[in-house]
Design a protein around this ligand. Structure first.
Ligand code: 0FX
Length: 247
């Protein structure tokens, strides 16, 4: 029985992977599921759950790593330590089109800087969302898409790709291509900085609409300005394309 270590902080992909591995072709594998130790939402939801446990990858001994055939990161919110990525095969499913907008919330930055969005499955090295690409798919961003809209399509694409590629990913049956260039990386701090609106800044309507759709995501309050009392006033946008127009 080959053991697979899955680390995920994403509910949708966790559920999806569990359904995929019910298939007969995965009967020869044992999947161990972990989430990041500092993931508060998962801690509350999965406390005491034996089949889904918290983990701090950095704190694990080599004897833990050694038991696994491959490591799979499905939006794992901790960096894989060098002692892990340097010695064992680790695969990342990333919600962006590497090497563009690696790091935090790729589609937010793709709406702004017009670099490609999509999904990349790659072998991991010691840098963030970096390493030889196994497969990737592009997602088109329409002028009426918000971050939420694009993210829904990205997640669905990730699920579809897992379904198609999982068996080959586990066995290493794939070609890898080096990233054509280093691309760019965005951090959580970049996103937080982006969200604060400078009311005095001049911009075109196009830039303002792009900014608002990049920061509009149904479940979150993102872009804001400060009122006279220093309270945040959150701003989002609603876009509606006329019905029956073209494609
Ligand atoms: O799991 P994930 O979709 O992905 C993030 C990074 O973007 C990704 O590059 C990294 N590999 C992974 C480990 O972590 O993140 P999330 O579930 O926190 O957020 C999903 C989307 O929700 C995000 O793309 C934009 C939106 N969002 C999220 C937060 C927390 C917001 O618009 N505002 C927020 O404050």
């Amino acid at each position: 029985m080959k053991k697979i270590c899955v680390i995920t902080d994403n509910e949708f992909l966790y559920g999806k992977l569990k359904r995929i591995i019910e298939g007969a072709e995965y009967s020869g594998y044992q999947f161990d599921f972990y989430y990041s130790e500092n993931n508060k939402a998962f801690q509350n939801k999965y406390k005491g759950c034996e089949s889904f446990q918290p983990i701090n990858l950095k704190a694990m001994e080599d004897s833990f790593y050694r038991q696994y055939h491959v490591f799979l990161s499905l939006h794992c919110k901790q960096m894989f330590p060098e002692k892990l990525v340097g010695c064992y095969r680790c695969i990342n499913v990333h919600p962006g089109y590497n090497p563009y907008n690696r790091g935090w919330f790729p589609q937010v930055f793709s709406i702004l800087n017009k670099k490609p969005a999509g999904v990349t499955i790659h072998e991991m090295d010691r840098e963030l969302d970096h390493g030889p690409v196994i497969c990737q798919e592009y997602i088109e961003i329409q002028p009426y898409d918000t971050s939420w809209d694009v993210y829904q399509r990205i997640q669905q694409k990730e699920a579809d790709m897992l379904e198609v590629y999982l068996a080959n990913l586990l066995e290493g049956n794939y070609n890898r291509s080096a990233m054509p260039m280093e691309g760019n990386v965005n951090s959580k701090a970049d996103f937080e900085k982006l969200c604060k609106i400078d009311l005095g800044r001049a911009a075109t309507y196009g830039e303002v609409i792009d900014f608002l759709r990049a920061t509009t995501f149904d479940a979150y309050d993102n872009a804001y300005f400060l009122d006279q009392d220093g309270n945040r006033v959150y701003v989002s946008i609603s876009l509606k394309r006329e019905a029956g127009s073209g494609k």
